[in-house]
Design a protein around this ligand. Structure first.
Ligand SMILES: Nc1ncnc2c1ncn2[C@@H]1O[C@H](COP(=O)(O)OP(=O)(O)O)[C@@H](O)[C@H]1O
Ligand SMILES: [Mg+2]
Length: 281
């Protein structure tokens, strides 16, 4: 990127935008290979990220001669009550482990909209490490810069899936800095550290509009035993129980919408769902 700036200042805008996306080697990795990279890669350097609330860091990792960055999150705060912009939240928890739970849940749902997250100890602290989405901009910046997605229909479909996800995990902090847009205009959901609340209602049911068919089918068959097996390391029983109840409420909502409006008006297909996790990163 720096070389790009020095050698071709006049074509900077185009060339750097085109080449700041994912590396070819990274795009061919499977989910478990990306996870292995994050878990075992040597941390070469760590620096602050000038964004966000809980101040995660950005680390450069090296593994098998390849380098890639990761976001390192160590937050683990529990409070009986916490003042947020939306009001007072009781039994507040901000926890790095929810990031890993979010990724594992996205894999169960074959959503492919959450970049890989793993658990690992960094500098003596337990942390989540996420695969850095190269060249991404935050949804907040996209809106501020008034950048229009090239395919508005496809964009809306992705956004509706994001909304379903936020209702499912009951994210108390679904802000626009937690949604990244990669260079191919794919949306990536990050930062679940304030999600997985034990509430069994949907926080904002009005946010549900339409649903991806495969996501709805996965929600319909969500298996509590599988969730317990794969998520109980990060989530308490009450958090998993609430998740299952919210999933069935989402399914009920869309079933009623289909009955009232017809399937074509409610369900659609996002091509990237059912692909491996992190495909395209
Ligand atoms: N995997 C990632 N890829 C690219 N950017 C990231 C990634 N994780 C975090 N970031 C950047 O760092 C910012 C802060 O990280 P985040 O996990 O949201 O922590 P918090 O908001 O709690 O400080 C994000 O808004 C985003 O700009
Ligand atoms: Mg954030």
């Amino acid at each position: 990127m720096l070389a790009c700036r020095i050698r071709f200042p006049l074509t900077l805008a185009l060339a750097c935008v085109l080449f700041s996306g994912p590396a070819a080697w990274a795009q061919s990795l499977t989910c478990s290979e990306m996870e292995e990279f994050l878990r075992l890669g040597k941390i070469l350097q760590q620096r602050n990220i000038p964004k966000g609330v809980t101040l995660p860091t950005r680390a450069t990792l090296e593994y098998n001669g390849r380098r890639h960055d990761a976001a390192v999150q160590t937050v683990d705060i529990s409070k009986p009550s916490f003042q947020t912009t939306k009001g007072t939240e009781l039994n507040f928890r901000d926890f790095w482990g929810y990031n890993v739970a979010g990724y594992e849940l996205a894999k169960i749902l074959e959503l492919n909209m959450v970049p890989p997250y793993v658990a690992r100890t960094v500098g003596g602290h337990q942390a989540s490490l996420s695969w850095w989405v190269d060249g991404a901009i935050m949804e907040l910046d996209r809106r501020n810069r008034k950048m229009e997605p090239p395919d508005l229909g496809g964009w809306n479909k992705q956004m509706y899936a994001v909304r379903v996800w936020h209702q499912l995990i009951f994210d108390a902090d679904p802000n626009l800095t937690n949604l990244l847009i990669s260079t191919d205009w794919q949306l990536w959901i990050i930062d679940c550290t304030r999600a997985f609340r034990t509430r069994k209602d949907l926080g904002d049911p009005k946010d549900l509009v339409q649903c991806d068919r495969k996501l709805l089918a996965k929600l319909r068959t969500l298996d509590k035993d599988e969730l317990n097996q794969k998520l109980s390391h990060w989530l308490r029983k009450s958090e998993i129980d609430a998740l299952v109840v919210r999933a069935s409420k989402i399914v009920d909502f869309f079933d009623k919408e289909v009955a009232a409006k017809g399937e074509g008006a409610v369900l659609y297909d996002v091509p990237r769902t059912s692909q491996p996790c992190g495909a395209g990163l």
